[in-house]
Design a protein around this ligand. Structure first.
Ligand code: GLY
Length: 561
């Protein structure tokens, strides 16, 4: 008889209010059990519950995403978008692109003022910043891989919205920090606003959101994209400068894309293709650091960080020039990840000093991307794996809550280049690959990834963090495959990030000071930041023993079936 076991390594539990206990579990070891890692314990538990009831990883990911839309409103969502990478236990690999699209009435210069200057307030806040949402279409597209009906998978979210849940200290702080923004961007008072500050243990009840979820439960995806809820979204657009129409909503479609797959030291990496830049960046960075035999270094040593930063520099320069929605551009993926191209790219690497960013690409001003978003990693007992990263873009997206619908709208339009083709302060002209066009998907950094060993899922990994997403996933993979770190160390040791522009290298607190001073001597500019991303990772060894780790940087939590 097979032995099943579960070991909870680090668990801390805080219970407050009489309604919902919050148990944050940072690491679970299990064999032949389903595991869910997400940004919130109640969402992970909602997913795990369906695996106990006979569902698989795809049932769990749908339930977890609905629950995150309720308990993690800063990034969990029903009116944002995302990418899903799946590997079934029969070896089938697939992706679902439920990225938002630019509305019919959008145009290339819609965020430029009369002098041609970009107005980032308009692309980042309020109704004009909203892309046509993809999440609900994404959940329904996932259903064909699942076993249970949507009516059941959505129920935990309805219960959490209707009865409420106790918020954590982090959530209270975030909500308190956004009171002015909610009042600036909403005509009616939202559930997130109140006259006294939120505190840990307060109950957040979202009755309007519960009603919206019930409409979807009854009427399916059409319940969101047509009828009453679609009309509520359009009404909300009309309360300000929004342009999304009923037609935009009715015409939204997910795209099932062939995953971007490549070999890394005998492992097959299954990643997201364009319009996420994540998979291409990962392929480029891993191959370039392999040229320098990255495995001979120690994690976070000067040598390792220099090689990885220089790989990041060259990859992000390519991102700015070549990447966008593949249905609208000349897709250069195969060239960008080819060995010949990367060897040529790597010729300018100098192990004694930083390569100036101006030497690896024409300077194109890069928008500062939000670091919000959220990631879910899941394995089930049958060996099906799924990695999903989903987003509203900024913290609470556009900050606009649909009146009577109770859900937040994204501000994903800001992920387009809002001023392409215009000479910048250095006189260089930017590429057009990520410019706004009706129906186009904005370029993303989200990098949900599954690493296969011997044709079985070995790592399921991803993180939020805007442009820091691909570099965090890169570090997690190198930490495990090359530096042989444990999953916990791979996720929780201090990270770094570089993205070509700005020229600086971000380092997290507690980053080794000797590495910092060595890098400074080689002309690297260092920017100290509190934290980078929140990686959710599951490692499954050849015997089916799994270790799931939720990032220690937040309330992220693992649940087991
Ligand atoms: N909005 C974050 C991303 O798509 O990468």
């Amino acid at each position: 008889m097979k032995k099943y076991f579960v070991l909870l390594i680090v668990l801390y539990n805080f219970t407050f209010a009489q309604f919902t206990d919050i148990n944050i579990v940072k690491e679970i070891h299990a064999q032949k059990k389903g595991l869910v890692v997400s940004a919130h314990p109640l969402a992970s538990e909602a997913g795990a519950k369906f695996m106990k009831m006979g569902g698989n990883a795809y049932d769990a990911v749908i339930a977890t995403q609905y629950a995150l839309a309720v308990v993690y409103p800063q990034a969990g969502n029903i009116a944002g978008g995302g990418f899903l990478v799946g590997v079934k236990n029969n070896g089938e690999k697939f992706t679902i692109d439920f990225r938002e699209t630019a509305p019919e009435k959008s145009s290339k210069d819609m965020y430029l003022d009369q002098k041609g200057n970009p107005n980032t307030d308009l692309s980042q806040n309020g109704r004009l910043a909203v892309g046509v949402p993809g999440s609900i279409a994404g959940f329904f597209a996932t259903l064909k891989y699942a076993k249970l009906p949507m009516e059941k998978l959505i129920q935990p979210a309805i219960d959490l919205a209707e009865k409420g849940f106790s918020i954590t200290q982090r959530e209270a702080n975030l909500l308190n920090s956004q009171m002015q923004n909610f009042s600036n961007h909403n005509k009616t008072r939202t559930v997130f606003q109140r006259s006294t500050p939120w505190k840990q243990g307060d109950l957040l009840i979202q009755k309007d959101l519960a009603e919206t979820l019930k409409v979807i439960q009854k009427n399916g995806a059409k319940g969101f994209y047509e009828g009453k809820i679609a009309q509520l979204i359009v009404n909300e657009m009309k309360r300000g400068n929004g342009i999304i129409t009923l037609n935009d909503l009715k015409n939204y479609k997910v795209v099932e894309r062939k995953p971007l797959t490549f070999n890394y030291k005998g492992n097959e990496i299954v990643a997201m293709p364009l319009p996420s830049s994540g998979g291409i960046l990962l392929a480029q960075m891993l191959q370039m650091s392999a040229f320098e035999k990255i495995e001979k270094y120690q994690q976070n040593s000067t040598g390792a960080v220099q090689v990885m930063v220089e790989a990041e520099r060259r990859s992000f320069a390519d991102r700015a020039e070549y990447m966008g929605d593949p249905d609208f551009i000349n897709d250069k993926t195969q060239m960008l990840i080819s060995e010949d191209y990367l060897k040529n790219r790597w010729k300018s690497y100098n192990n004694l000093k930083a390569t100036p960013s101006s030497e690896v690409g024409k300077i194109i001003p890069q928008p500062k991307e939000s670091t919000e978003t959220t990631h879910i990693s899941i394995i089930d007992k049958e060996g099906n794996a799924v990695a999903v990263t989903t987003t509203l873009n900024g913290l609470y997206g556009s900050k606009v809550v649909v009146t009577d619908g109770g859900f937040l709208l994204n501000n994903e339009m800001d992920d387009f280049s809002i001023k392409p083709g215009v000479p910048n302060m250095f006189g260089a002209v930017g590429g057009d690959a990520n410019s706004i066009k009706p129906g186009k998907r904005m370029l993303s950094s989200m990098t949900p990834t599954i690493v296969m060993k011997n044709n079985k899922p070995f790592l399921i990994v991803g993180t939020p963090g805007g442009t820091t997403i691909p570099t965090s996933v890169y570090q997690a993979i190198v930490n495990i495959l090359d530096f042989k770190l444990s999953p916990n160390m791979a996720v929780n040791l201090p990270k770094f990030h570089h993205q070509w522009l700005p020229e600086s290298v971000m380092v997290e607190k507690n980053f080794p000071e000797t590495t910092i001073s060595d890098l400074q001597k080689m002309n690297y500019k260092i920017e100290r930041v509190t934290q980078i991303g929140r990686t959710e990772l599951i490692l499954v060894d050849e015997n089916g023993n799994a270790i799931a780790v939720a990032d220690g940087r937040g309330d992220d939590s693992v649940a087991v079936e």
